[in-house]
Design a protein around this ligand. Structure first.
Ligand SMILES: Cc1cc2nc3c(=O)[nH]c(=O)nc-3n(C[C@H](O)[C@H](O)[C@H](O)COP(=O)(O)O)c2cc1C
Length: 335
């Protein structure tokens, strides 16, 4: 059976979904291109964060999350994709190539997760004390597993305290890193912008009693007594290895967990400080005592609905076929 190649009319709506993916400081480190009938996703080196993400881990996680959204959009349109991660050893910036698979209707899960793409937002505000029920916890764990990852739910006061101490330690290390802080500050947006984190999307000002340190994206006042939930559901996402390919795969697993949470009406905030500080990541590994590598820490619960942060236009992140990266290719494609 000959499969029809992907075209621009497949690419555009799929990219519209892909760019809703999360990325470190909303840096949106991705580019998309139609090539030989497939869709290729590349890390955009111009959008990698030299101080906050020197190894490119976060850029690959964000691109992996975008790949997962692409897959959902294509499947929901009845044109599912087969995916190869890092298909060209000589061109490692290409993190994934998606080629058409046999057409079939989208599964109920694909439809449900696709519908959640525009409803998923990072929520850094305090959550309500309502516990996350067992069925929802199970779904989150299964979501990670479906993408060859794992999700460890940290249960009990002592383990949560131990993990929080690791997060706080990593947060302190990063707070002392001037280059890191200067770069972070450059991604905080006080006015309208197409990228970066709007100050309004930041959490409330930190206080000493907080269990988990939120990143400060602008300072928001905090009503007296408006504390964070005392017993948050904290989860660690991980996967088997930590090669660049594993990190792209982990980004897909992350996005599947985040969209499953959104579909369950759950709010999530990400805390990547302990992944970014090697010593903290090692402490995390020892504390979890499981095989594999931690790729993200999350706080999960019920809260007020969040709201979308900005993204660049679809046309701005698509490269026309044959146009080298960095060239103003989007003009040729239009909106
Ligand atoms: C690899 C990675 C690391 C992140 N680390 C953090 C973090 O430590 N703290 C935080 O508040 N948000 C973190 N985020 C979330 C981003 O800030 C967020 O995705 C981005 O601002 C876009 O907002 P949205 O998730 O609401 O679409 C991270 C996201 C990714 C993909």
């Amino acid at each position: 059976m000959t499969l029809a190649p992907y075209t621009l009319s497949d690419l555009r709506p799929a990219v519209a979904a892909a760019i809703r993916a999360p990325s470190l400081h909303n840096s949106q480190p991705w580019r998309f291109q139609l090539r030989h009938g497939g869709i290729e996703v590349r890390v955009d080196p111009q959008r990698q964060l030299p101080a906050c993400d020197p190894s490119g881990w976060a850029a690959r996680m964000g691109c992996g999350a975008a790949v997962f959204n692409l897959r959902l959009a294509l499947a929901s349109a009845g044109t599912p994709a087969r995916v190869r991660l890092r298909p060209y050893p000589e061109d490692p910036d290409v993190v994934a190539r998606l080629v058409p698979d046999r057409p079939r209707p989208a599964t109920p899960t694909e439809r449900e997760l696709y519908a959640a793409v525009t409803r998923r937002h990072s929520n850094r505000r305090p959550f309500w004390p309502t516990p996350v029920p067992p069925e929802a916890r199970w779904r989150l764990v299964e979501a990670a597993r479906a993408e060859d990852g794992w999700l460890e739910l940290v249960i009990g006061a002592a383990p949560v305290q131990a993990l929080a101490e690791v997060v706080r330690g990593a947060h302190r290390v990063l707070e002392r890193d001037r280059d890191y802080q200067a770069e972070l500050a450059r991604w905080v947006r006080l006015d309208a912008a197409v990228d970066g984190v709007p100050a309004t999307a930041g959490g409330p000002a930190a206080e000493p009693q907080d269990l988990l340190p939120q990143r400060a994206f602008g300072v928001r006042t905090r009503a007296p007594g408006r504390d964070f939930e005392p017993e948050p559901l904290v989860a660690v996402l991980g996967c088997a290895g930590d090669h660049p390919r594993d990190q792209v795969a982990a980004g897909q697993a992350l996005q599947r967990v985040l969209l499953t949470a959104a579909a369950e009406g759950l709010a999530v905030s990400m805390l990547s400080q302990p992944i970014e500080v090697p010593a903290a990541r090692e402490q995390l590994r020892l504390a979890l005592g499981r095989a594999g590598v931690a790729q993200m820490v999350m706080r999960i619960g019920y809260g007020q609905p969040g709201w979308p942060t900005p993204r660049r236009e679809v046309a701005e992140v698509i490269d026309a076929a044959g146009v080298p990266i960095g060239a103003p290719s989007a003009v040729a494609l239009g909106a």
